[in-house]
Design a protein around this ligand. Sequence first.
Ligand code: GDP
Length: 288
Amino acid sequence: MSMEDPDDSCPEEIPGVKEALKNNDTAGAAKRIKEYLEKQTNVSLNIAITGESGAGKSTFINAFRGIGDEDDGAAPTDFAESSKDPIPYFHPDYPNVSLWDLPGIGTPKYPADKYLRSVPFKKYDFYIIISADHLTENDVKLAKEIQRMMKKFYFVHSKTDNDINVGKKKDFTAEGTLSKIRKNCVEGLQKQGIESPQVFLVSSFEPRLYDFPLLRKTLERELDVQRDALLLDTAKINQEIIRKKKEAFQSKIKYYSTLSAGVAGVPLPGLSTAVDISMMAIVVRVCS
Ligand code: GDP
């Protein structure tokens, strides 16, 4: 029987499939193909971490990723970094989520009036505004722009540990200090026309305290919502891409069927049929 050389005919090699088939491991081959196809339909989410320089953006990113400021791959945390360009960081538990450390607003390189145009600011799916101390004009500017773009943001009041310490010196309870800051942030944003702001009080030095755990949970839920919305959009917009993918998958099936027919010289009755059926099942599931 003449057989096409699979190495020549495969449009795009899926790692490990050929090996698995050669070893008669049809379940393994099917698993690899499934993983490959799932990866292709994954949606990535880009979260912008913005705010003034020195507000604690980089420290927040490190704390959120559960790594120390001095660890490998940590976002650099010092004021001199204020001229940096946006840099993406990945969370070990959410590989499709990128946290973008944006430059600080209101620096010589990015004065407030130029910031929104030069960063660029619009391309993100979701925003977190980091603000230390008091609500500033720049914080409000960012919040208004995000609201104008009809996107969502969380307002994160950072360095809450400092506030608690200052409060202690004045004999304020921690609860009293927290509720005062929360009120200031929420009312300050509402006065500027920001509807239902979601405010979190955090300390990146103490990520188990205050609103940090709640922020994580809320963000996880948000990511699910955003992912579903994006998948829905992608599904609507990408009918044509899906059709093309289907064609591509079909040529892959042909390729692997050819390969499995080649391996069918192997004394295992029904192997090539089993391979074809597993692949068909996957492709039908993914494409339908
Ligand atoms: P960025 O310019 O917004 O990225 O700010 P950085 O993350 O570089 O932080 C600026 C300074 O604030 C650094 O000295 C940090 O150690 C400090 N900082 C950041 N987050 C916190 C926090 O939660 N608590 C306290 N006390 N200091 C913080």
